[in-house]
Design a protein around this ligand. Structure first.
Ligand SMILES: [Zn+2]
Ligand SMILES: [Zn+2]
Length: 302
């Protein structure tokens, strides 16, 4: 029964495991520059705690929550290789996928949004929440009003965002090869369903600390186009899927692990922290750009 349940899950239960997610958020929080608000720089412990937060939303005891958010953790980029550019909103993305599904006879359900994954969309949606709360913070400060409540919202959004950004740095969260090779297999990679948790949870928990990759994370840079930059980051992760399988094939994630395992893992965790820090920084800078008080009226919107 438990085995059947485990095999029926579309993705394993945790991404980067509790340790990896906590490290990615903590390292990014420790690198928040002095040009950003002090309260955020002082929230390292809270932000680190929130790294694994969406993995706490996977219990069958909260079915609607579990069901709604599971596709947020991954995207199978091979299934959307025909889609360029990605539309900016999730409902336009759904529409493209349903059109593709309707035109497909071989395994059409592979194109259901919940099977493809919604990684870049949830990331931009939480990014938007963070940016909006930064804007509110700026307005309250300018009006000499209390900011404690919005500060708490900002810390929550910043920490929550970190979860998805860290998932995106894990190559196996960007691929149909998420847990055992499928399809043509010229390199004879493992087809068993263990590589995902072995890499991101067991190996990381036993062998990696935040100090192992903190020095790789530099001062943040503003992203000109956060969505395009984030998609490029996911595609870079996807180029390392083969590397993960090659390391597994040599036993590199077993026990103390290999030098190649350590190198790849620390650099992927660092890439996650760097992208997270860049997104926080970009949200902060973009939140200073004035927006109209009220959106212009749009006809025929329910
Ligand atoms: Zn995972
Ligand atoms: Zn996740």
């Amino acid at each position: 029964m438990l085995i059947a349940l485990a095999l029926s899950q579309s993705q394993p239960a945790a991404a980067w495991g509790n340790e990896g997610h906590t490290y990615v958020n903590r390292v990014a929080a420790q690198k928040i520059p002095p040009s950003m608000p002090l309260f955020l720089r002082q929230a390292v412990a809270e932000i680190a705690y929130l790294g694994p937060e969406p993995d706490r939303w996977r219990s069958p005891s909260e079915f609607a929550l579990k069901n709604s958010q599971e596709p947020d953790h991954f995207i199978d980029l091979e299934r959307v290789s025909w889609l360029d550019p990605f539309p900016p909103g999730r409902y336009e993305f759904y529409r493209k996928l349903y059109e593709k599904r309707a035109a497909t006879t071989d395994r059409p359900d592979d194109y259901l949004p919940e099977h493809v994954g919604l990684q870049p969309y949830i990331t931009m949606e939480v990014y938007g929440r963070l940016k909006a709360s930064f804007r509110e913070y700026r307005q309250l400060r300018a009006a000499h009003k209390p900011t404690q409540a919005v500060q708490r919202a900002i810390i929550f959004y910043a920490g929550w965002l970190g979860h998805y950004v860290a998932d995106g740095s894990q190559p196996l969260h960007t691929t149909i090869q998420y847990n055992g090779w499928t399809g043509p297999n010229p390199n004879e990679y493992t087809t068993e369903h263990h590589i995902h948790a072995l890499f991101e949870s067991t190996y990381v928990a036993a062998n990696i600390t935040a100090q192992d990759f903190s020095a790789f994370v530099k001062a943040p840079e503003q992203l000109n186009d956060p969505f395009a930059g984030y998609l490029a980051y996911l595609r870079t992760s996807n180029t390392m899927v083969n590397d993960v399988y090659a390391i597994e094939k040599t036993g590199g994630f077993n026990g103390k692990g290999s030098a190649a395992a350590f190198d790849l893992t620390t650099h992927r965790l660092a890439a996650g922290s760097q992208m997270l820090l860049n997104l926080w920084y970009t949200a902060w800078l973009e939140s200073a750009v004035p927006v109209p008080d009220h959106a212009p009226p749009t006809p025929a919107v329910k």
